[in-house]
Design a protein around this ligand. Structure first.
Ligand code: PLP
Length: 394
């Protein structure tokens, strides 16, 4: 027997990898453009951070640590967030998690039950939907408007607030669209949250991977609307496999005290996050190296190239990405009677060319008729990929 909770669980980003493995068995080369993991490409974890991890284990730091996180790391996160985003938080406002993923899991566990609702962007990062349903909640998508460069539609968001809404989730820079929410829109969303007495959850995992525009941290725009920020070491610090992140409560009036206390209980129940990774993370935050800047420079070139090539392919439409390492092209399915859905297109593309992307409908209802690809591979690989894609579509 298996619970409904697990039977219904889906995660398109990794589910497509199962199909890719089958295709690989036939001898086809697979181009992995499905998973947002820079470390499997030419973006390596900086040597000094890896060294700190090795030092921690040889120094015997292999024990369970504080459930809320190693105190020095919590202190360092405050200093880092203040330097980066000018937000004032104390170590008591921080919880160290096993990646942002665990932070989302904890938050949705604390907010949802009996079909109450959370507002998430649509297209959406699938975990928001999956975990919301896992906790018997109802994820409601507010529209990111493709016609308006994927900016959030604040009127749509307003129209979807009900007495069951528990929070509004912002994800900027956004996965899968790459949009960086306009500061004015973030302000409007915060005002709306204030009007309805709702907290904001802000997934900031890509805050350092931004190209031309400037990133605004939502917490800097809020006076008294509580904001829970989520960030971690996977992307900007190039340590995806270490599974380390943090959550901060920017809650000047203390409205979120019961939620925070509940989440702390849950943190204690799961013992702690990876100890040696926490000691290494202290080093990463104390001495930020040049790796983030050089990663952004390389990514900018790969994004520009990808955007140019995708725009040239007839039957696809694509908006540019302000940040992240994703593009989310639209497939004009009515021009291709061969494929009825984005999923069919993605699977046929994989079988025909070895290019592994993710079908847009895996990112919620607003993702339909799209597919997501990463522009993480090196330019020569991208060139091969777009040649194959172009031929396939033609
Ligand atoms: C928007 C978003 N949030 C969270 C995560 C997961 O982050 P972590 O590795 O810290 O669990 C990802 C991973 O791709 C993501 O795209």
């Amino acid at each position: 027997m298996v619970s409904r909770r697990l039977k219904d669980l889906e995660y398109a980003i990794r589910d497509i990898a199962v199909v890719a493995n089958e295709v690989q068995k036939t001898g086809k080369k697979i181009y992995h453009l499905n998973i947002g993991d820079p470390v499997i490409f030419d973006f390596k974890t900086p040597q000094y951070i890896s060294q700190a991890l090795a030092d921690a284990t040889f120094a015997g730091q292999n024990f369970y640590v504080d459930s809320l996180g190693v105190p020095e790391l919590r202190k360092e996160v405050c200093r880092y967030e203040k330097a980066k985003n000018s937000i004032e938080i104390t170590p008591n406002d921080i919880l160290i998690t096993s990646g942002v993923t665990e932070g989302i899991f904890f938050l949705l566990a604390g907010l949802l039950e009996d079909n109450n609702e959370i507002l998430v962007p649509g297209p959406t990062y699938p975990i928001y939907i999956n975990y919301a349903k896992f906790f018997d909640g109802n994820p409601i998508e507010y529209e990111l408007d493709e016609e308006n460069e994927w900016e959030p539609d604040v009127d749509d968001l307003r129209s979807k607030i009900t007495e069951k809404t528990t929070a509004i989730l912002i994800s900027s820079p956004n996965n899968p669209t790459g949009v960086l929410y306009d500061t004015k829109k973030i302000r409007q969303i915060i005002d709306l949250a204030g009007e309805y007495d709702l907290p904001i959850i802000s997934d900031e995992i890509y805050d350092q991977i931004v190209f031309e525009k400037e990133y605004t941290c939502p917490a800097t725009l809020s006076k008294d609307v509580p904001i829970i920020g989520l960030n971690g070491f996977s992307k900007a610090h190039l340590a995806t496999g270490w599974r380390l992140g943090y959550m901060y409560f920017n809650d000047p009036t203390g409205k979120l005290k019961p939620l925070k206390e509940g989440i702390e209980k849950m943190a204690r129940a799961r013992l702690c996050a990876n100890s040696i990774a926490q000691f290494a993370a202290i080093e990463a935050l104390k001495n930020p190296g040049p790796h983030t800047d050089s990663m952004v420079e390389k990514l900018r070139e790969r994004r520009d190239y990808s955007y140019k090539r995708l725009r040239q392919i007839e039957g696809l439409e694509c908006k540019n990405a302000d940040g992240t390492f994703y593009l989310f092209p639209k497939i004009l399915l009515n021009e291709f009677p061969k494929w009825n859905t984005d999923k069919e297109f993605v699977i046929e593309l994989l079988k025909g060319t070895g290019i592994c992307t993710v079908y847009g409908s895996g990112f919620g209802s607003y993702g339909k008729n799209h597919f997501r690809l990463t522009f993480l591979p090196e330019l020569e690989v991208l060139e091969t990929v777009y040649n194959l894609l172009e031929n396939f579509i033609q």
